[in-house]
Design a protein around this ligand. Sequence first.
Ligand SMILES: Nc1ncnc2c1ncn2[C@@H]1O[C@H](COP(=O)(O)OP(=O)(O)O)[C@@H](O)[C@H]1O
Ligand SMILES: [Mg+2]
Length: 364
Amino acid sequence: MKILFIGSRLYDDIDYYVREKGIESILTESNEDAINLDLPDQVFIVPRGMDGPKQIAITHDVDAIIPLIGIDPPLIQVARMKEEIESEYGIPVIASNVRAVELTSNKINTKSFYKEIGVVTPEYQILNAPDELALEFPVVLKQGEGQGGKDIKIAHNMEDVTQYFEEFDQALCEEFIEGSEISIEVIGFNGEYVALPPIYKGETTLEGTHPLNKVKLGPCLVDGLDNNLVQETAYNVARKLDSDGIFEMDFMYSHKRDQLYAIEVNTRPNGTRYLTTATCGVNSLCELVNMACGEFSLKSIFDKLEYYYSTEIPIGNYEGPEASEPKKSFDNNNFVVHGPAGYQRITIRAKSKKELENLINELT
Ligand SMILES: Nc1ncnc2c1ncn2[C@@H]1O[C@H](COP(=O)(O)OP(=O)(O)O)[C@@H](O)[C@H]1O
Ligand SMILES: [Mg+2]
């Protein structure tokens, strides 16, 4: 089995798994100074874009391609390459197709998609000028494209909206939802989908603090919210996207209205994955490898399911005891440290809440 991976930044997360399975690894990367270039069997530095990876895949006769791209902008090129290379060369590309990327990589498209399939999403309007505003304050102003809270502003009054329009000439304007933020990963291949346990990412704030900077918990235990509803909704969205790979979805739950709202979908490896793995034992990146090997099935996922309490804490620079090999896996660890120096986070798991508390004290 020979797999081409595109992008090296996340490769250290699955290097151990690729080795364990005896897979021959080829990797393409556009940045010669990128991390993890010492890990795969073979590395090719190629220009940005998908022409390089495509050529390498064909000339090296790989069995499958796995894009490991954690950011939005290249996804559409990857999706186009997938459709081309699958139909012309029959090499499976474990990634989202063009339609799914178009629907999810732009928040405005996602909103209309939700309306179309009957999934509840916060009230919204597309604003072309501040005076078109019809929703009540506070409102959330966003751009169609962006991640990690980029270009997002909570507007409390008209002045805030006017200020936002000094920088942009259009905004997706959404009612502010006071409540809990929840993320969930769905993985799917060849028409089979499974929704993994939902993760709790904190309460929304009027300052718009992004969940990246909050303490998170798995599984999600929010008073009044049924996790089955989150899983069922996420499963349905993924099914209607009708594509392969990872679907990470953000939801909000309003306690006051007892209503679950769908926010956005990311069809790529995402930051929720460490907590998902800690909580249930299923690692979405490893499952991409299993999809490539023809070993992904609902049964194999259900056979892997484990049940843990877990948490993820931003720690900056980790200084606690060293993890056992493989360091990025919970196979021999009850914690995994990840993220770049200065912005590291630690994901910790335990069989009980009490044990989790003890571990947190020990490690942070
Ligand atoms: N309608 C909303 N009500 C309350 N908070 C929101 C709303 N929309 C976004 N936010 C806050 O902004 C964050 C980022 O918004 P999101 O749409 O997920 O964009 P991004 O792609 O940048 O993550 C959310 O996680 C949440 O904290
Ligand atoms: Mg988000």
